[in-house]
Write a protein that binds this ligand. Sequence first.
Ligand SMILES: [Zn+2]
Length: 99
Amino acid sequence: MQLQFESYEEGFGGELKCPSCGFNYLHHQKVEVFERGEDEDKGLHVTVENGVAKTDTNLSGNPSARRHGLLIHFSCEGCEANPVLSLSQHKGSTWVDLN
Ligand SMILES: [Zn+2]
């Protein structure tokens, strides 16, 4: 789904909109970081949620098939959606998506 923003303000950035209802009140619930060397099967997976940080080597949720990735899980105040913002490195590029 294409990223949509409410507006852009210098120094703050753009307000991310819910891909389901278009509301701009999205709350961070969980953050996941995936780190690994290029094409490595194992790496570091850090999850931060509810005041607790956990680490393991499970890269199964990594949005990048080959390198680093980042997931931010949201809840929407305007509907029941739980969209996930992803950043993934693919070759030399960084991709951003919201699903
Ligand atoms: Zn929504």
